[in-house]
Write a protein that binds this ligand. Structure first.
Ligand code: CO
Length: 423
């Protein structure tokens, strides 16, 4: 499992690549692609998936019975991670260097992105004989965003904050270049005529990749653990599941880090639409859909904050999840997490059945928690939801820290979730 997780993380520098990786594995497990544009007629017990916008993907195993009688078992996670996005068309020559400005995507710990080898990946839109086509790209050349020397920035360890327009441009080359060097790299590496590149969405990412560390090598240090670790766990669980009464649905949404309000995000008609279309594809009606959602349950999986030995007072003294201690149930009185006492009890029961430990977190009352796709998915679909996640340190750093044992635990718990016909 260690290598599988690391390969998945390293092969998925952007949501576009994560979706490509997920799709590969779904195809290997005989899931069939459906187009949103077509009319769906679903076979009982069939395995299907759809994609939207190249950065989100939803897979399901159809009911062997009826949707209205049985309901759904859902598990969802997000494919995106905080990063720096290159402004396409921003390349300029300054002081002999070619640089491009970046936009901050989500909430990265910005200082962790400087002074390290970065690479560029994303998707490009090409004009071809068949119209517009998209293509995922990963470029070979390593680049850097250098810090300013401390001698010229004495405040850097005190009160300094990076100006996102001025200080976070990526240095693409230390030599002048006529035209767009990014277009040249893309066309050289992929054998594409640079004239046919119409637009692109390119992100920076750590060039080195993840690693296992520690005396037992169970600690994983990698980019994008939030939330590709959860995506990988859900993928492993759904691809090892068999059809039964409940429809099993795996949701991989984009844009959680910027609020989810996009057509590929959880705060949209996407989730209710899919559940309705699964119901109609089985020849059932809207009442069957409402009956189904009332007997359904969703696990929203997104990473959780393990207690940090250097900052233990940032956690409530009674809720201090440990790395390796199992998945963490997240509670919030203001429902920044969707967890209720019933859905928490459901998750505790499946962990018991899977012989997996689990932990709980309620934030310190004076620290506002983050949020997830859980509350909006639950509100929009009417499905009872529990928010959980594996414990980690350094969330939103370019290098985050977690433990492989928790990953294995979560996969086992999710397998029971998909198998179990109770709730
Ligand atoms: Co997250």
């Amino acid at each position: 499992m260690k290598n599988m997780l690391l390969d998945f993380l390293n092969n998925s520098p952007t949501p576009f690549h994560a979706v490509e990786e997920i799709e590969k594995e779904l195809k290997n497990s005989s899931f069939i692609y459906l187009n949103e544009k077509d009319k769906w007629i679903l076979e009982k017990g069939g395995k299907y998936y759809i994609k939207r916008g190249d950065s989100s993907i939803v897979a399901w195993i159809n009911t062997t019975h009826s949707v209205g009688e049985s309901g759904f078992k859902l598990a969802g996670a997000h494919t995106d991670s905080p990063s720096l996005k290159i402004k396409w068309g921003s390349e300029s020559l300054q002081n002999g260097c070619i640089k491009a400005t970046t936009e901050v995507y989500g909430g990265p710990i910005i200082s962790t992105w400087l002074d390290r080898a970065l690479k560029i990946a994303g998707k490009v839109v090409l004009e071809s004989e068949n119209g517009l086509e998209t293509k995922n790209v990963k470029l070979k050349t390593k680049v850097v965003i250098p810090n300013l020397a401390i001698h010229l920035n004495r405040d850097v360890n005190e009160n300094f904050s990076y100006n996102t327009q001025n200080h976070l441009s990526v240095i693409l080359s230390t030599k002048p270049f006529e035209g767009s060097i990014l277009k040249k790299w893309i066309s050289d590496e992929y054998g594409i005529n640079s004239e046919s590149i119409i637009d692109a969405e390119l992100f920076l990412y750590d060039a080195e990749g993840g690693a296992f560390i520690g005396d037992d090598e169970n600690t994983v240090l990698s980019s994008r653990l939030d939330n590709l670790e959860s995506c990988h766990a859900i993928l492993k669980a759904i691809t090892s599941s068999e059809a039964s009464k409940k429809v099993k649905v795996a949701l991989f949404f984009d844009n959680e880090e910027i609020g989810s309000e996009t057509r590929v995000g959880a705060n949209s008609q996407y989730l209710p639409m899919i559940l309705q279309r699964i119901t109609f594809g089985n020849g059932e009606d809207i009442e069957a859909f409402y009956r189904a959602t009332s007997k359904s349950v969703m696990i929203s999986a997104d990473m959780a904050h393990a207690v940090h030995p250097n900052f233990a007072d940032k956690h409530d003294p009674k809720f201090q999840p440990l790395l390796g201690g199992g998945p963490v149930i997240k509670y919030s009185a203001s429902f920044r997490y969707a967890t209720t006492s019933e859905t928490a009890s459901y998750f505790i029961s499946i962990c018991k059945k899977a012989s997996v430990p689990c932990q709980k977190i309620v934030n310190r009352s004076d620290i506002r928690s983050g949020s997830t796709i859980g509350p909006m998915s639950s509100a929009l679909s009417g499905v009872a939801t529990v928010d959980i996640g594996n414990p980690m340190w350094g969330m939103h750093s370019i290098m985050e820290t977690a433990n492989i044992k928790d990953h294995e635990y979560l996969i086992e718990a999710l397998k029971i979730h998909f198998t179990d016909n109770n709730y």
